[in-house]
Design a binder for this molecule. Structure first.
Ligand SMILES: [Zn+2]
Length: 263
């Protein structure tokens, strides 16, 4: 395949796609997939996942905890977005906070605001602040639209989208792209993000949790605790690598920048 045949469609792709800037980092990002379609697919996946999972009833003490922390962080995040002219980032979101019975140390938030916490992770956390740290980070991935961007990057790299399909952005094309990127096995809750995405979510997450009234220093304690889980790698770390650099970056942001965003 000639360079021309690869780049011409890609150039047109970008012209038809939406570009926006991520809050705080001000990084420009490219979205090739229709966000509405992506959210619809995420909602279906969420429903399917919950049908097969052991979901705790809404009056269970752990469910209530996750619901309470989730709503607080969500409201703080939405206020921050409104104040800074980014409200469009939660267009079409229908937040839900569910807790599933599982020893797996994991939590995630799909595009569109569907959140899942596993009891294993809740039990490992020392306090609500640590749960809020994870909540803030996961919600930040959805608000920063990292899912759409991650899929768009994969698609642009592999050049599998055809000129006509992407320009129209119809849901059939999006579905094809979705199937390709995930090969039908992974879910939107299990996406592997880039280091850039992780850093952005760390910072946004700290802002959201602090605005919600939680102690951001507990994020350091929690990620250190996760990194110390000897013997096996907690699932959340397979998609959220936690190393010394990351912990140092978190601490530096707390010490030098965080207050600029929470006044
Ligand atoms: Zn992450």
């Amino acid at each position: 395949m000639s360079l021309r045949s690869i780049f011409l469609p890609l150039l047109t792709l970008i012209l038809f796609s939406s570009c926006s800037k991520v809050p705080i980092s001000n990084r420009k990002q490219m979205h090739l997939l229709n966000e509405h379609d992506l959210i619809q697919m995420a909602n279906l996946q969420y429903e399917e996942f919950m049908t097969n999972a052991e979901v705790l009833p809404s009056n269970h003490v752990q469910s209530k905890k996750i619901q309470k922390i989730g709503e607080k962080v969500q409201h703080a995040a939405e206020s921050f977005l409104k104040k800074n002219g980014h409200s469009h980032r939660v267009d079409g979101f229908a937040w839900e906070f569910k807790t599933v019975e599982s020893e797996v140390l994991n939590a995630w938030c799909m595009p569109g605001g569907k959140v899942c916490f596993y009891t294993g992770l809740i039990e490992l956390a020392d306090n609500d602040d640590q749960i809020a740290a994870v909540m803030g980070h996961e919600i930040a991935h959805a608000i920063a639209k990292h899912g759409n961007e991650r899929m768009s990057q994969q698609l642009a790299l592999t050049g599998i989208m055809k000129l006509s399909g992407v320009g129209q952005k119809d849901s059939t094309e999006t579905k094809t792209a979705f199937d390709y990127v995930f090969s039908g096995s992974a879910s939107l809750g299990m996406l592997k993000f880039s280091r850039v995405h992780e850093t952005e979510s760390d910072k946004l997450g700290l802002v959201f949790m602090k605005l919600a009234g939680y102690n951001p220093n507990e994020s350091i304690s929690f990620w250190n605790k996760m990194a110390e889980q000897g013997g096996f790698v907690p699932q959340i770390l397979s998609t959220h690598p936690s190393d010394e650099t990351r912990i140092n970056d978190l601490q530096e942001f707390i010490d030098t920048e965080l207050d600029n965003y929470v006044d």
